[in-house]
Design a binder for this molecule. Sequence first.
Ligand code: 1PW
Length: 214
Amino acid sequence: MAAGAETFSLREVLVAFTACVSEQREVRVDPYLAGWKGLVRFLNCLGTIFSFISKDAVTKIEIIENYRNSDQREKYLTVQSMVEYELANGLVDLQQRSKHPNSGCRTFLRLHRALHWLQMFLEGLRTGEDNSKTSVICSETYNASLANYHPWIIRKAAGVAFCALPTRNTFLETMNVGTAEEAVTMLGDALPYICEVYKITEELYAQHKLLDLP
Ligand code: 1PW
């Protein structure tokens, strides 16, 4: 494919995540959502088979965007302020989903878990052999992370979608950041930022005992 305007680069996704952490080590919600939106576009580039995966992410992104567009938008500026605000005002269902089925905290937790998978997947891609199968990297990392939170039917559908993934080098080129080598370099530069975002969020959720929100 010619390098036209329609091409999408994973670079912008990774750049968004690099802008997430504030000087106070807080996770900013807007760049986090921007990163996710780019990721969704990337998933859609991989084919319609991935649209069931991106659809749920879109729903979750919209829920949090709605909070950012509401009167309470300032409370949702960072993940830290969101957790503080929702907990202090009893806006989180802690035992089972009832009064607040779409709290910012539980919705963000789903994206956070998926980000862990993405991080592991991209790391596997970065360090993999030239001709390794992306589908294998993808399913191994999925099974070791996000799959633990998904029912059988979703795990099955995800497994089918992964089979459609191309080999590592083709996949790296799909990212549109240059040659496969350049893509690997970019991943090496950007992944520490994603890891940092993940780590800060994980610690925050652990501290407030929110890691198992229904
Ligand atoms: C090529 C690799 C790219 C990785 C992108 C990561 C996207 C992850 C989205 C997985 C979504 C699978 C289908 C939906 C499952 C939902 O049930 C689940 N959502 C997530 C994000 O895990 C849980 O949400 P729920 O049902 O508790 O509202």
